[in-house]
Write a protein that binds this ligand. Sequence first.
Ligand code: NAD
Ligand code: MG
Length: 389
Amino acid sequence: MTRRISIFGATGSIGQNTIDLIARDPDAYQVVALTGGANVAQLAADARRLNADIAVLADETRLEDLRAALAGSGVEAAAGRAALIEAATRPADWVMSAIVGAAGLEPGLRALQQGADLALANKESMVCAGPLMLQAARAHGGRLLPVDSEHSAVFQALIGEDLSEVERIIITASGGAFRDWPLEDLAKATPQQAATHPNWDMGQRITIDSASMFNKALELIETKEFFGVDASKIEVVVHPESMIHALVGFNDGALMAHVGPPDMRHAIGYALHYPQRRTLPVERLDLVRLGALTFRAPCDQRWPALRLAREVMDQGGLSGAVFNAAKESALDAFIAGQIGFTRMSEVVEEVLNRLSSQPGLIDAELTLDTVANADHLARQEARQICANG
Ligand code: NAD
Ligand code: MG
């Protein structure tokens, strides 16, 4: 039986890895929607190759280019936010949520609301609106499947286990580009230096977030929301080799680790075939050649983002949406050369402090509208702070 699938963020790193897997077995899938940000050539080429029903570009101004690139293919072309949301409501059996940032929340939520299984790479969805995502999956019968490598690892380690017997969850962090830099050099680090990851080949934004540990900070919150465990049970360990992705510790002292090469096609393929396991084109580890794996505690001074994530987990409510939006805005300013690398966490902390004291904002009922409002206010505050350097 062919499965109807859609890929949001198809032109990005996760999207392309997903397409790599799908394209190996084209008869098994009917591609409904492929979406991209602004890369017309990539989106059109993949939509043609996979014979998608529709290709959607987020950038409205490029619609004519997309139409031209798809001429004669039979693939429908559309562009803009409304078209993206419309594509997300088209019936599909399995949907990959791989847009970067809070922009990925609504398309993923809409897919869940039409009953699709949602493979979730977009961690921002859980950070901004975890309970909405879980509730939509429950209400409409779709499964929410983690694609972040750490969360896929935890998900797999928990199969057949009782959550009440879990003592701790440890997610690993490579430490990113500046793991071993002298602390005093960090303030001068450039976006280009931050966007060079030692182990993983990922999009620019998540790679910089790895260097600042904002990525791991988001993942701490994602772990809490996804698995419903207390924040005090979740730990981060720096593991430079990126071979162990996460570990789950049980009350009898057992520690179950998920070990594999840093290749996202494992977690994507696991979510694609769940609950089965199928042969995947990932390297098989040779433990003897690997020799040793090392671990160290994360340094609070180097990575203040982790402390901020703990504050967000304590606060709950809409603080995740504020945190994420402030981070996205600070990251924009860093990429644009407006602020320095270490300034990003200061900006986020300041936005969190300012907005936490605004009555009714963090505690408002969680809906798409209140998330959008918190997101908007946080970006506004962050932009204002960044404008002053
Ligand atoms: P990427 O930058 O390579 O790709 C992002 C995709 O989203 C692209 O298709 C881009 O065109 C699209 N996009 C960007 N802004 C958009 C907008 N406003 N509206 C609609 N589409 C937009 O990013 P990535 O590395 O593939 O990451 C995607 C998501 O997966 C992120 O949430 C990231 O944190 C998560 N993730 C990525 C990896 C990885 O290995 N790359 C691992 C774990 C989790
Ligand atoms: Mg991850």
